[in-house]
Design a protein around this ligand. Structure first.
Ligand code: AHR
Length: 319
């Protein structure tokens, strides 16, 4: 056989192999291992539903684990996904730091990792493919801006802050974004700040302590999520005060429970944080398995809902 004929055959064979591989990649049933934070809030429940439903819709086999807000449980789940040789691993990290080792293990096993909702703080950003989620700093800024634009009273404004889970990206970023904006007007002061771990029960408990210590001095509550705000509303009412009037309440998430509280006049504003990340995650998982390049950051679009628009918006809310 002539050299040129052999070259053509080899090339044709190569193309056939490449085409077959392409068809196999497109047809391959993807298995995705997802390590969820927990079930700490209404937001998280909606996020879990979105991931489960979107995996079904996309024909992706989902292995799902709930870490009960513990980093060690998430690390265990990721290691088990590596051992099971899933095609893609995704997770919402409970906290920002401490992920290097397990992410290196995933990289060594050649399993791509997608972050959803929360970021990790790692030196080597090749340890994950992309991060899909909200801009938490911007959410904090929006909360601060709403306060500066809408607060009616004169003189010093005493703010108490219910922070999210210690060390988590939303707690760190929402605090920073809010402080960045309110420092423009020094009369706005955070007089107490403590974690309520993103739960209603803790939000109530910490608000009770704030009220005990500061009483009627408190003008504003800034809660890093709606669940803590809803817990705090109960504490405020039990203390004989009117939430939304005696104490202005700002929170983040925009879940249905927050809209109900706004319609009842007990919550002044909620900044949206969209939990419906499932469809984007499934698209990204398919793209990464198909060998496509993804942007390092995919930011979710969100709005701000003050109580005045709550009744009109409520029927449109999906979570
Ligand atoms: O990471 C997103 C945050 O986690 C939501 O604001 C909060 O409700 C949740 O638990």
């Amino acid at each position: 056989m002539s050299i040129s004929r052999r070259c053509v055959l080899t090339l044709a064979g190569g193309l056939l192999l490449a085409a077959t591989a392409g068809v196999q990649a497109a047809d391959k049933k993807i298995t995705l291992g997802f390590a969820q934070v927990g079930a700490e809030s209404e937001w998280r429940t909606a996020n879990t539903q979105s991931i489960k439903q979107s995996a079904k819709d996309a024909g992706i086999t989902l292995k799902f684990s709930d870490a009960q807000q513990k980093q060690e449980n998430q690390i265990k789940a990721i290691r088990s996904y590596i051992a099971q040789k899933v095609d893609v691993i995704a997770f919402s990290p409970v906290v920002e730091s401490g992920w290097e080792t397990v992410l290196q293990e995933a990289k060594a096993a050649k399993i791509p990792v997608i972050l959803t909702d929360r970021a990790v703080s790692v030196k080597d950003d090749s340890l994950y493919v992309t991060f899909i989620g909200s801009d938490f700093v911007e959410e904090g800024r929006r909360a601060g801006k709403w306060l500066l634009d809408n607060y009616k009273g004169q003189g010093d404004v005493n703010i108490v802050e219910l922070q999210g889970t210690v060390g988590s990206a939303p707690a760190i970023d929402r605090k920073n974004g809010f402080e960045e904006v309110i420092k423009a007007q020094p009369r706005f002061k955070i007089i107490r700040s403590q974690t309520g771990d993103f739960t209603r029960a803790k939000g109530k408990e910490v608000m009770e302590a704030f009220l005990k210590a500061e009483g009627k001095k408190i003008n504003v509550l800034y809660a890093h999520n709606d669940d803590m705000a809803i817990g705090a509303i109960q504490a405020i009412e039990e203390a004989g005060l009117k939430p939304g009037k005696d104490i202005i309440i700002i929170s983040i998430d925009a879940v249905k429970g927050a809209f109900e509280a706004m319609i009842a006049g007990k919550l002044n504003v909620t900044v949206e944080c969209n939990p419906q990340l499932g469809p984007q995650l499934m698209e990204a998982a398919k793209a990464v398995v198909a060998g496509k390049q993804l942007p390092k950051r995919i930011v979710t679009k969100e709005g701000v809902f003050p109580m005045e628009v709550a009744a009109k918006e409520f029927p449109n809310r999906k979570y």
